[in-house]
Write a protein that binds this ligand. Structure first.
Ligand code: CA
Length: 223
């Protein structure tokens, strides 16, 4: 799963990124304006939004995102604990609220709850399934014909993205924007290499091949 953290405290942003690493890929930015651009151009499962930002503050970021029809769940981080602010933010479209300082496991639990509850746009996880292939985004577990398959991180993330968009063609740049962080330079050929590994594990041993190449465009997964 992929999150965006809009937080001007660089150390806090880094510690969030590190803590969530086993199950979340986190893009970070210190600026509300840049956060909005990232949220518009990438597909995130959740947004972690600091309230006190230099320039555009968290409340305005939240309002702007919702006005732009970005329905990704937002969890707001703030030093303020007043109920008024909390209510105000929830009215502005935030989904949850965490008062600083907070424990990392608290943030993770809240994020998981948000994703389980399902983002408003309906790309919620539960267990993704195509034919006899299943992927559990929470446990990060993949099975085909009930047999557990070990995937590397990027392989898993690519498969999850394909399965969330089953039947649709996803281009290599779309895969890159979803699976690699926004600041890593990644080539289309890198995607092809990961797809090859993925196919070796989930398709090669089975008769029915699920990952299909859309020539000149990208990939798709369907029965
Ligand atoms: Ca701040």
């Amino acid at each position: 799963m992929k999150a965006l953290a809009i937080e001007d405290n660089v150390m806090l942003a880094q510690s969030i990124k590190d803590y969530l690493k086993p199950s979340w890929l986190v893009d970070t930015t210190e600026s509300g304006e840049e956060g909005i651009e990232l949220a518009k151009s990438h597909e995130y499962d959740a947004i972690i939004l600091d309230l006190g930002l230099p320039g555009m503050d968290g409340q305005d970021v939240c309002t702007t995102l919702r006005k732009a029809d970005i329905t990704t769940p937002i969890i707001v981080l703030s030093g303020m604990s007043e109920t008024d602010t909390k209510v105000l933010l929830l009215n502005k479209g935030a989904d949850d609220y965490l008062t600083k300082p907070f424990k990392s496991n608290e943030l993770q639990a809240r994020l998981n709850a948000l994703v389980r509850r399902g983002p408003q746009k309906g790309k919620s996880p539960v267990i993704l399934k195509i034919d006899n292939l299943t992927l559990d985004p929470q446990k990060r577990e993949v099975r085909r014909a009930s047999k557990k398959i070990d995937l590397r991180r990027k392989e898993f993330d690519i498969l999850e993205y394909l399965m969330r968009n089953q039947g649709k063609v996803v281009s290599r740049p779309m895969i890159i924007s979803q699976v690699w962080d926004a600041y890593t330079e990644t080539w289309n050929s890198t995607v092809d290499v990961h797809i090859k590994y993925l196919r070796d594990k989930i398709d090669k041993p089975f008769k029915r091949k699920l990952i299909k190449t859309a020539h000149g465009v990208g990939y798709t997964i369907h029965k």
